[in-house]
Design a binder for this molecule. Structure first.
Ligand code: ATP
Length: 592
């Protein structure tokens, strides 16, 4: 938890110091009240005092109370400001850190847990800092100050206060022992609830289509009930603190007055008034002592709860992404656009077996190379190594003659136009989706060209017709995840995004499968004209999509089993022949 405080800015530390000053004022004013009370009691007991004489200490009491209230409002304001500032920074840092993670780290934490960590856990810290800042500083000051004030009173009263404090500590210890493990569990169960909710929402259509609502409900119910039960248990325990506190404080008051009654009875008549006034003052201070210990204990209760959250946040912040940047930003000019795999083997983190073995090939500038193979043969895994979504286990991937590990990721990604298997669109407009990101050169430098370039990119991606029919055309709204456009339209916009980027290397991961055959063909031929000397890597399931590629690489169980043109492979690669015959008639294959 303490480590989290290193993220406080200097001006926030200044606010903490100001809070400290105001808390000292507040405690001083609070502890001044019993003194005036004693004065009033003494005056009342003398019998001859007038109402006007009581007004002065009474007004001072009022002033102290108002002053204490103002000080506490100011402290609350500062504490809230510090807590909200810290929470904002932590959320930002967790978000930025997550952006730097490779798929390996994301999978290790799980998306649901990363969401809980950047929302719920940060809120826990914010609450604790806002409350704790007031209590942590106030409690010790109040405790010491109040104890000093009552230190020279008689031992019976002091002993009863000591007894009350001991009872309080005992009660809180028991509660803490049982409640603490539950707090840890609550955060994990919140992760779980998040996961189930997410899964349900993303798969809603399948859930409906398969009438799986009862199954999903049962799954959610289980997660929900588990979280509720744990929450209830912890909160019920915590709820015992209030009544327990009142019981101890009332008990202490009774004890002080009881003892006082005996003491007053036993004292000589002239001393009785002083003793009575001392008793009233003592009981006020004793309450403050108990309150202070109560606050100290609250710190012990809040801290572990927040430290669970702090630990979870620090885990994210301290995780170093496995994929680290190199220094290279350019690459070898004479090898621009070249992609080379040298004896690459790759195993997914935590997997037993490598999914790629001994992959070697070179794609030169301007070449179109396609990858084909059965489902799970490793096509996506091969191309994921180029933008460094994962790093190779053995061997090297080179872009422009330089190992991808030596590039800064920004420079590497600037060379690549990547279109994933499942098109991803972001909430915004058609244009904002096409001009998405930064290519380090492109139209960003020429905003006046941007509109034209977007149109051109959409046109090549065969998306003009549907975009121009959309309300708002290029400024038409795209819902989150592209929910308001069809799968094929999504894919076209996602291809337009890569074209707009004008990269050296295009990577299409099965990006044409959502398109009909005709569009697929027109798109590829328009793309060919546009891309000119750009290198193109295509993963495809359909022979038709890749037939005219300069080279086709056939994968089987993570190994290359054939490489050549369509005709060459039809001649001598049995795996390719199998795929081809299963998709096209002999006639189509011969006559194209
Ligand atoms: N994130 C992952 N973690 C562990 N194993 C994975 C992961 N992704 C894929 N695999 C495994 O790697 C193998 C190759 O998967 P890959 O996605 O590269 O195949 P593919 O040829 O692209 O398949 P498809 O044509 O179905 O997209 C599969 O056996 C799969 O189970």
């Amino acid at each position: 938890m303490v480590k989290i405080f290193k993220y406080l800015k200097r001006h926030e530390w200044v606010l903490v110091l100001f809070s400290l000053a105001f808390i000292v004022v507040q405690v001083w004013l609070d502890l001044k009240l019993p003194d005036y009370m004693a004065e009033i009691t003494t005056k009342l007991q003398t019998g001859s005092s007038k109402i006007s004489e009581l007004l002065i200490p009474g007004s001072y009491m009022l002033l102290c109370a108002v002053g204490s209230m103002i000080a506490s409002i100011i402290v609350g304001y500062f504490a809230a400001k510090v807590a909200a500032g810290l929470a904002m920074r932590l959320r930002g840092m967790v978000f930025d850190k997550t952006l730097s993670f490779s798929m390996e780290e994301i999978n290790n934490f799980s998306t649901a847990s990363l969401i809980t960590r950047s929302t719920n856990d940060v809120t826990q810290i914010q609450t604790v800092v806002a409350l704790g800042l007031q209590v942590i500083i106030k409690a010790p000051i109040l405790a010491v100050w109040a104890i000093v004030k009552i230190a020279d009173q008689n031992w019976q009263w002091t002993a009863s206060t000591g007894g009350a404090v001991a009872a309080l500590i005992l009660m809180l210890s028991v509660i803490i022992i049982f409640a603490l493990p539950k707090f840890k569990k609550i955060q994990q169960l919140t992760d779980n609830l998040n996961r189930v909710t997410r899964e349900n929402l993303t798969g809603l259509r399948v859930v409906r289509a398969y009438n799986a609502e009862p199954y999903q409900e049962a799954k959610f119910e289980q997660a929900n009930v588990e979280l509720t039960k744990t929450n209830l248990f912890a909160n019920r325990l915590m709820a015992m603190i209030g009544p327990g506190m009142t019981f101890i404080m009332s008990g202490l008051s009774v004890a002080i007055y009881w003892i006082g009654a005996y003491l007053i009875n036993a004292a000589a008549v002239p001393d009785r008034i002083t003793l009575f006034s001392n008793m009233v003052v003592f009981s006020s201070y004793a309450m403050q002592v108990v309150m202070a210990f109560m606050m100290v204990s609250m710190i012990f209760i809040m801290m572990p709860r927040a430290s669970v959250s702090a630990k979870r946040i620090m885990e994210v912040l301290n995780t170093e992404a496995r994929i680290v940047d190199g220094k290279e930003t350019g690459g070898k000019t004479e090898l621009t656009g070249q992609v080379e795999f040298r004896n690459v083997s790759f195993k997914y983190p935590d997997a037993e077996e490598p999914v790629l073995r001994n992959i070697s090939f070179t794609v030169r500038r301007g070449e179109t190379v396609a990858f084909i193979g059965a489902t799970g043969s490793g096509k996506t895994s091969v191309i994921n190594l180029i933008p460094r979504f994962y790093d190779t286990t053995e061997g090297e991937v080179l872009v422009d003659g330089v190992s991808v590990k030596n590039y800064t990721q920004e420079a590497l990604h600037n060379k690549i136009g990547y279109v994933p298997q499942r098109a991803v669109l972001f909430s915004g407009t058609v244009t904002s989706n096409v001009v998405y990101g930064d290519n380090g050169k492109g139209a960003d430098g020429k905003p006046e060209m941007s509109g034209e370039l977007v149109k051109k990119a959409v046109e090549i991606a065969q998306g003009s017709e549907f975009v121009e029919n959309m309300e708002g055309k290029y400024e038409g709204q795209i819902a989150q995840g592209g929910a308001n456009v069809s799968g094929g339209q999504k894919q076209r916009l996602s291809i337009a995004r890569a074209i707009y980027r004008q990269p050296e290397i295009y990577i299409f991961d099965d990006s044409f499968s959502a398109l009909d055959y005709k569009t697929d063909r027109i798109l590829r031929s328009a793309l060919k004209k546009q891309t000119g000397d750009a290198t193109t890597l295509i993963v495809a399931q359909r022979i038709g999509t890749i037939k005219d590629a300069d080279r086709i690489i056939v994968l089987e169980n993570g190994e290359i089993v054939g490489s050549g043109t369509h005709e060459e492979l039809m001649d001598h690669c049995s795996t390719y022949q199998e795929i081809a015959y299963s998709q096209l008639s002999k006639e189509e294959l011969v006559h194209g």
